[in-house]
Ligand binder design. Structure first.
Ligand code: TXA
Ligand code: MG
Length: 341
């Protein structure tokens, strides 16, 4: 269904009414499920942090359905901001801009900037339009766990902790939005996501990437980068390299885990699956279609926990296009256990 017809959907109307009352509602976007609350309500924003167990110094993205909402949320939109909004909204791009003072301080974790995005999902857009308020929404997972790409993932993590969940089926992109800071002189890429660096550079020319982006360490510019993220319960290794050398190293690490008595799982793609021997070999999408790997990534990471794998060896990807975003998440999931083949 499209957004105009969904405006009449009783379930979405009910969820919007809840948002207006300061309740928190999980909903689908084109990237991952979000846990939404009125960004101007202290109570709602507090509930989001509490439900997720999220550290207070990690700011939230504010979601809007209409660019008119920008006026009160930001002090100004630079010309490149307008260009980016025209080109990529609605869509998986979050823009960091100097903030107005509409949202409660906890949304921005005390920073003088605010992250804003317009999601490209009919359910999200209908919900945001009906609610009529800017909606702060982090991914709807417990803090530290892989982001949810299905309603069942949200339910697994947050049942009993939230007021409502809208099931809109599996999300499309599978990794979160790209976060681009345009509050300063030079645009800085803080998190690679659904919009690739190449797509941004087609509009902006060369951009800078935050130096700490690929490392699970403290970055002053995007507080979200310093925390343990996306991690399965088992110990994960990420192997980088190419061709046969890469595959051999993956198998070697898996064999080592097995020898040490671990429950071993390998994460690969459909094309490479038959190469490997391990207790579990999971194909997360097709190597030749990076969008399918992005789509399947978080489901795969969650499966390792369900299977009970305590030693996971992931085959790395060349860090370009959507694989760049996938690798960014895998490096964090592996908590720095990156092995070169
Ligand atoms: O695709 C997405 O962006 C999803 C869906 C639900 O919209 N949301 C999402 O939110 O991924 P979350 O909270 O999981 O990630 C938000 C990221 C964090 O890394 C946070 O630090 C960064 O955006 N962020 C938010 N506001 C910021 C700001 N003012 N300055 C720098 N980074 C900011
Ligand atoms: Mg998140």
């Amino acid at each position: 269904m499209d957004t105009p017809s969904l405006l009449h959907h009783p379930g979405i109307q009910r969820a919007a009414a809840m948002l207006k009352k300061g309740k928190v509602v999980a909903f689908p976007t084109e990237t991952v499920y979000g846990l939404g609350g009125d960004a101007t309500s202290e109570k709602a924003v507090d509930s989001i942090f509490e439900a997720k167990g999220r550290p207070s110094d990690n700011p939230l993205i504010v979601h809007i359905a209409d660019t008119d909402q920008m006026k009160s949320l930001v002090r100004e939109v630079p010309p490149i901001g307008k260009k980016l909004m025209n080109r990529f909204w609605p869509g998986p791009l979050t823009l960091i801009l100097p903030q107005g003072d509409r949202v409660v301080p906890r949304v921005t974790a005390g920073l003088d900037t605010v992250g804003i995005r317009m999601p490209d999902h009919p359910v999200a857009l209908a919900l945001l339009k009906l609610a009529g308020v800017p909606v702060a929404a982090p991914s709807a997972n417990l803090s530290g766990k892989p982001s949810p790409t299905k309603a069942t993932h949200v339910w697994h993590d947050l049942a009993g902790r939230i007021d409502a969940l809208i099931d809109g089926g599996a999300t499309g992109v599978g990794v979160e939005s790209t976060v681009l800071d345009i509050s300063g002189e030079i645009p800085v890429l803080l998190r690679p996501g659904g919009i690739t660096r190449t797509m941004l550079e087609e509009v902006l020319g060369p951009i800078q990437a935050d130096q700490n982006m690929e490392q699970p360490v403290i970055s002053p510019r995007s507080p979200g980068m310093k925390y343990r993220h996306y991690a399965p319960a088992g110990k994960m290794w990420l192997v980088i390299g190419e061709g046969m050398e890469l595959k051999k190293k993956v198998q070697e690490l898996a064999d080592q885990g097995e020898k040490e008595g671990h429950q071993v799982a390998i994460m690969t793609t459909e094309e490479h699956r038959d190469f490997y021997r391990a207790r579990w070999v999971l194909a997360c999408g097709k190597y030749r279609q990076p969008e399918t790997v992005a789509q399947g990534l978080y489901e795969c990471l969650r499966q390792f926990d369900q299977l009970g794998a305590d030693w996971i060896v992931a085959e790395g990807f060349p860090p370009v296009g959507l694989f760049h975003s996938v690798m960014n998440r895998l490096i964090k999931a592996a908590e720095g256990r990156v092995v070169h083949s």
